[in-house]
Design a protein around this ligand. Structure first.
Ligand code: ARG
Length: 469
């Protein structure tokens, strides 16, 4: 049986809690990190109780001041005690040590149900701002590369087969825009968290006339919950945040996969730097892109975390149920992991060297087959007929082992009467890229516009809610 502890409940029990339940039920190891938010919401609650006439102004000030002292101690490294069930119990215990009796008045009209929902929402809003900053740092590295790689050409692949030549900046920025969408998803998760549950009590609402809008303002929430049953049992915002982390993880995984492939000796398009590579304990020659591999691997765990919270919410009866205590573990894991991955991927990308010759050497003239068909279209042939003609030329090129641009003009002339000597101008990768200046294309003007758009996207303020200064 457990030793006598500072519990927020227990009067109705004749026997102490069994160790086995206590060990299972205790959440302090996970939720300890919520303490800065629990302190702030408790201070706001003390003010609200004073407005409602439950606390005197003196008691309110004692409680708020006492919580400041508790926060200072925690900031200096004070740790939970073995008997603390969760962060709310711990802060209540510490407040009693600081100010004595008035501390017993703070938990009036509130429950840990509305308390933990409020603290977790505040944590989510704060985390979304930290993730947003880290994503932008990575995007900035991408933009710097894109600016340098404007005129560098690289093969673009479909089905992992050489498709068409593109500007390397275009390829780099193809990984920028998904992150931009992820920033919006992260901001949406913060907006979803920005509804205040405090004042909902355990399930039915607070019996004292607390000014909920005053609490909302003090804590930086956008709105107050409309229904206390919903407010105490709603963890949609956790699922939203985990979905945002999962998509971000998936996008980082795809970027990583490209870089890992391009860094292999077979491709040789990029070389990894020293400070973000690891070696092998056995093979002295190895230079391994571990950060990228961990990023790729972690996306799977993030998907697991998303699945976990959705499965937890599904089939829960309305109101708070203890199942919900396990909302924080997956969310903290995904966000913690993301905040480790983002700087490491940014660092890896930052010291990457692009090997322009290797990229150019990978551009075979058959990649201009579409351009060749477009050439015939420009001379009045239908695309379908042109496609067939070029297909025959490709077959000839493969059979004879001669690149398209090295084949004699008479082969082209025999394939179709519209071919003229200028056909060879259409077979250069630079010309192929230069022709694609449609907005969103890989042509030089289009890429310049894209780079400018990326700069302004980064500059534009996605709604940010920074709750801890
Ligand atoms: N540690 C709990 C959690 O994280 C706090 C809420 C507990 N509520 C209760 N009625 N036991 O969900």
């Amino acid at each position: 049986m457990t030793a006598d502890s500072h519990k927020l409940w227990g009067g109705r029990f004749a026997a102490p809690t069994a160790h086995a339940l206590d060990a299972l039920n205790r959440s302090i190891a996970t939720d300890f990190r919520l303490w800065p938010f629990d302190i702030r919401l408790s201070q706001a609650w003390a003010s609200a109780l004073a407005e409602a006439g439950v606390l005197t102004e003196e008691e309110r000030d004692q409680i708020r001041g006492g919580l400041d002292v508790v926060a200072e101690k925690l900031a200096k490294g004070a740790q939970p005690e073995g008997s603390d069930e969760d962060v709310h119990t711990m802060i209540d215990r510490m407040l009693h040590i600081e100010i004595g009796e008035p501390a017993s008045r703070l938990h009036t009209g509130r429950s840990r149900n509305d308390q933990v929902a409020t603290a977790t929402r505040m944590w989510t809003m704060d985390a979304s701002a930290r993730v947003d900053t880290a994503v932008q740092a990575l995007q900035r590295v991408m933009l710097e590369h894109a600016e340098r790689l404007r005129a560098t050409l690289i093969p673009a692949y479909t089905h992992m087969q050489r498709a068409q030549p593109v500007s390397a900046a275009h390829w780099m920025l193809s990984h920028f825009w998904p992150l931009e969408r992820d920033r919006i998803r992260v901001a949406n998760a913060a907006a979803s968290a920005a509804t205040l549950p405090l004042g909902s009590g355990a399930i039915a609402g607070c019996a004292f006339p607390v000014p909920r809008d005053q609490i909302r303002k003090e804590l930086g929430f956008a709105s107050i919950s409309r229904n206390s049953i919903d407010a105490t049992g709603d963890r949609d915002f956790v699922a939203d945040m985990l979905y945002a982390m999962t998509m971000l993880g998936v996008h980082l995984s795809r970027l990583s996969e490209d870089l890992i492939l391009y860094g292999s000796s077979e491709f040789g398009f990029v070389t990894f730097g020293d400070t973000f590579s690891t070696g092998s304990s056995m093979m002295p020659q190895k230079r391994n892109p571990d950060a990228l591999e961990i990023a790729r691997g972690s996306a799977g765990r993030m998907l697991g975390n998303l699945t976990s919270i959705v499965a937890t919410i599904k089939s829960l009866p309305s109101g708070y149920n203890k199942d919900l205590q396990d909302d924080k573990r997956p969310m903290f894991d995904s966000v913690d992991t993301m905040l480790l991955i983002l700087p490491a991927v940014a660092g890896t990308l930052g010291e990457l060297r692009f090997n322009e010759q290797r990229m150019r050497a990978a551009l075979s003239s058959s990649m201009m087959a579409t351009d060749l068909a477009d050439y015939l279209v420009a001379k009045g042939t239908s695309f379908r007929e042109a496609h067939g003609v070029v297909g025959t030329l490709i077959r000839t090129s493969e059979t004879n082992g001669v690149e398209l641009d090295k084949m004699p003009f008479k082969t082209f002339a025999a394939a179709h009467p519209s071919f003229d000597h200028d056909v060879f101008d259409w077979l250069s990768p630079d010309a192929s890229v230069a022709r694609r200046n449609v907005p969103g294309g890989t042509g030089p003007d289009a890429v310049d516009d894209q780079i400018a758009a990326a700069h302004s996207a980064l500059g534009a303020a996605v709604r940010r809610l920074q709750l801890i200064p």
